[in-house]
Design a protein around this ligand. Structure first.
Ligand code: CTP
Length: 405
C-alpha cells in the first residue's frame, strides 16, 4: 500500500532520529519514495549524508539556499508529497506547528503544505506531559494531523515513561493504515467492539472490568490495514484511536449496543469488548452519601443486552461473519464452543483470562479460533502479540469473505 507513495520526511532534533535511517530503508523497500528535510537540531543526531545515501535524494536543510531552491523549491517540495511525516517530532517542532511559525525550512514547509501530515512525537516524559505540549497536540489533532505514538519505555535520559518515538514497525503500520483502501478488504465494512464498559452507580461511581482494549483496537487497525472501512465502538480505554478508523466512544453496554446498531450494515462484526454483564438497575441521580441510611448501599443489578447475540441474530442486517470472543478462566475451549452456539456467532476466539495468563492488560494473547462445530474446527494458535493475533484474524476474515462472495 506504500508502493508509489511520495513521503516527505522531516527529521527534527531528537535522539530517536537514528530510527529514521531504518525507516527510510524500509519505506523504500515497500516502493515509497522519500525526500528528507533535516532541521539544524536534527543534524546533531544524523548526518545529511546518511539520509541522502538512503533516500537517494539530496537532503534539504536551508530555507534560503540558492542551490536547493534551484533543484526543487520549498513550495514545490511541500506540494509533491502524498504525506509529510515528522519523525522525530520534538516538543519544539510541535509547538511551532501549533503556533503556525515558519522560521526555518521544516516549519515553513509544514505551513505551506496541503498534503496530510503525520507526526511521531519523541521527547522526554516531562516534556510530553507538559500542558503546553498536550495543548499543542490537541490543537494539531483538531486540525486533522495524524499521530503515531509515542510509546512508553526507558529513555535515553535514563527516565521511564511516555515519550519514546514509536518503533519503525508501528510507523510503517500507521502509514499503511493511512494509505489503506487497496487491500484484500477494500470495499468491505467492518464493525469492531473493544475495551470495557462502565456501568454507572451514581454520577461519580461505576462498575468496570480490567479490559485494556488492546486486542480490539489491534483488530480494528489490522482490518483497516487490509483496506476495510472500519467503525470501532470503543468503551473507556487509554488506547489511542487507530489511524484511518472511525471511532465511536461509548461508556455503557446500552450505549455500545446502540452505537453498533447505528454502524450497521457491515460485512463483518468482531465483538472483542469485555461488556459488563450487569448494570445497576436504577443509578442514583446524585452522589450516594456514605451517611445515607447508615448502612452500605445495596446495588440491584439487571442484565445488560448481549451485543454479540443481538448482532448474530438472524435478520436483514446480520453481518455475513460475526466473530465473538470468549474470555474464560477454566475449560477455555469447551466453554467457548458452548458460548459460540449459545450466542449464534460464526466464529469465536477463545482466550484464557486467568490471572496467570496475563491476557487482560498484557501485550500477548494465546487463543483458540473456533470456526464451526467439532474438534477439527478448533485451531490452537501459539502465543502471539495482540497485534499478531489481530493480523492473523484479519487475514482469516478476508479469506472467509472472499470465499463467501
Ligand atoms: N458480549 C456482548 N455483550 C454482552 C456480553 C458479552 O457482546 N453483554 C460479547 C463479548 O464481546 C464477547 C462475547 O460476548 O465477544 C463473550 O463474552 P464473555 O464475557 O466471555 O461471555 P459472557 O456472555 O459474559 O459469559 P460469561 O460471563 O458467563 O462467561
Amino acid at each position: 500500500m506504500l508502493q508509489g507513495q511520495r513521503i516527505l520526511l522531516i527529521v527534527a532534533g531528537g535522539i530517536a532520529a537514528y530510527k529514521c535511517l531504518d525507516l527510510i530503508r524500509r519505506l523504500r523497500e515497500r516502493g515509497a519514495s522519500v525526500r528528507c528535510v533535516l532541521t539544524r537540531a536534527g543534524e546533531q543526531f544524523v548526518t545529511p549524508l546518511s539520509l541522502a545515501a538512503l533516500s537517494e535524494h539530496a537532503v534539504h536543510r536551508d530555507l534560503f539556499s540558492l542551490t536547493e531552491e534551484s533543484e526543487m523549491g520549498h513550495i514545490q517540495l511541500s506540494r509533491e508529497a502524498d504525506l509529510v511525516l515528522v519523525a522525530p517530532a520534538t516538543a519544539n517542532i510541535l509547538a511551532k506547528m501549533a503556533a503556525g511559525l515558519g522560521d526555518d525550512l521544516a516549519s515553513t514547509l509544514l505551513l505551506a503544505t496541503s498534503a496530510p501530515v503525520m507526526v511521531a512525537p519523541a521527547m522526554n516524559v516531562r516534556m510530553w506531559e507538559h500542558p503546553a505540549t498536550q495543548a499543542n497536540l490537541a490543537t494539531l489533532q483538531g486540525r486533522g494531523i495524524h499521530r503515531v505514538g509515542p510509546a512508553e519505555g526507558a529513555m535515553a535520559c535514563n527516565e521511564f515513561g511516555m515519550g519514546r518515538m514509536a518503533e519503525v514497525d508501528d510507523i510503517l503500520a500507521a502509514m499503511e493504515a493511512f494509505f489503506g483502501g487497496h487491500g484484500r478488504l477494500a470495499g468491505r465494512r467492518a464493525l469492531v467492539t473493544s475495551g470495557p464498559t462502565h456501568e454507572p452507580i451514581d454520577p461519580v461511581r461505576y462498575i468496570a472490568n480490567r479490559s485494556s482494549g488492546k486486542q480490539g483496537h489491534a483488530i480494528a487497525a489490522a482490518l483497516r490495514r487490509l483496506g476495510a472501512d472500519v467503525t470501532l465502538i470503543a468503551g473507556p480505554t487509554l488506547e489511542p484511536d487507530p489511524l484511518g478508523v472511525t471511532v465511536v466512544r461509548v461508556e455503557s453496554a446500552a450505549d455500545m449496543l446502540a452505537a453498533c446498531q447505528a454502524a450497521l450494515p457491515a460485512d463483518v462484526a468482531v465483538c472483542a469488548a469485555a461488556v459488563a454483564d450487569w448494570r445497576v438497575a436504577e443509578p442514583a441521580a446524585g452522589k450516594i452519601k456514605k451517611t445515607a441510611g447508615g448502612k452500605p448501599p445495596v446495588l440491584k443489578l439487571t442484565e445488560n443486552p448481549d451485543i454479540l447475540a443481538t448482532l448474530a441474530a438472524k435478520g436483514p442486517h446480520r453481518p455475513r461473519l460475526v466473530v465473538g470472543f470468549a474470555a474464560e478462566t477454566e475449560q477455555v475451549v469447551e466453554n467457548a464452543r458452548e458460548k459460540r452456539s449459545r450466542k449464534g456467532c460464526d466464529w469465536i476466539v477463545a482466550n484464557d483470562v486467568s490471572a496467570a495468563a496475563g491476557t487482560f492488560g498484557g501485550d500477548e494473547n494465546r487463543v483458540h479460533l473456533i470456526t464451526a462445530d467439532g474438534p477439527q474446527a478448533t485451531e490452537a494458535w501459539p502465543t502471539l502479540s495482540k497485534r499478531e493475533v489481530a493480523e492473523r484474524l484479519a487475514e482469516r476474515i478476508a479469506t472467509a469473505l472472499e470465499t463467501a462472495s
